[in-house]
Write a protein that binds this ligand. Structure first.
Ligand SMILES: Nc1nc2c(ncn2[C@@H]2O[C@H](COP(=O)(O)OP(=O)(O)O)[C@@H](O)[C@H]2O)c(=O)[nH]1
Ligand SMILES: Nc1ncnc2c1ncn2[C@@H]1O[C@H](COP(=O)(O)OP(=O)(O)O)[C@@H](O)[C@H]1O
Length: 183
């Protein structure tokens, strides 16, 4: 049996999940962060195999058919999924493994890993979330609109998760996250 620990960090796009995970890893390099697969086009500067495995829809669907995902979901028109093998290897090596994923996939993790720790990151408000997505400057106006539309239903699901952190001040959020992960 695996003796590591699975930690799921979820919440709407633009809330700061990626920023928090990056900081967490910088402070705790012993943590393992899963690299997801997606059919979304790479953004400028994103690196294959580091930010994501960038796949065609056909490649992604083949992986689904072969049962190679721990979870997957379709989000704003693209597939996103967690390759199972790497996560299992890290868990077997006794690592704490972080998944940074959207809400539908996070919900599915509960089915295969009921013992996972599941953390929801909330924005201080919807206008602040919109400002963050705009300021980040990585998505066109239509993509931002879709992400905000998703955010409303995602935020409504926050109570399903084990912990919620309002990501207002980033340093305080990081401390809260550390407390949960290393309690
Ligand atoms: N279900 C699932 N969601 C993922 C996975 N990888 C990333 N996501 C989520 O998909 C959403 C969109 O990701 P992305 O296009 O990279 O936008 P960003 O995370 O807002 O920069 C975000 O909420 C991610 O957390 C995955 O493997 N599975
Ligand atoms: N606590 C915070 N206060 C202000 N800005 C933040 C905070 N956390 C993240 N950001 C900024 O918000 C934007 C979205 O953060 P990001 O980590 O990319 O979100 P996600 O991975 O959830 O989509 C980025 O420009 C990031 O620098």
């Amino acid at each position: 049996m695996a003796n590591g620990e699975l930690i799921v960090i979820t919440g709407p796009s633009g809330v700061g999940k990626g920023t928090l995970v990056k900081l967490l890893l910088a402070h705790h390099p012993e943590l393992s962060v899963s690299t997801s697969a997606t059919t979304r086009a790479p953004r400028e500067g994103e690196v294959e195999g580091k930010d994501y495995y960038f796949l065609s829809s056909e490649e992604f669907e083949t992986m689904i058919e072969n049962g190679e995902f721990l979870e997957w979901a379709k989000y704003t028109g693209n597939y996103y999924g967690t390759p199972k093998k790497a996560v299992e290897e890290q868990l077997q090596a006794g690592k704490k493994v972080i998944l940074e994923i959207e809400v539908v996939g996070a919900r599915k993790v509960q089915e295969s890993f009921p013992e996972a720790t599941r953390i929801f990151i909330l924005p201080p408000s919807l206008p602040v979330l919109e400002q963050r997505l705009e300021k980040r400057g990585k998505d066109d106006p239509k993509a931002i609109e879709q992400r905000l539309a998703e955010a409303k239903t995602e935020i409504a699901a926050a109570e399903e998760f084990d912990y919620a952190i309002v990501n207002d001040d980033i340093d305080r959020s990081l401390i809260e996250l550390e407390k949960i992960i290393f309690q």
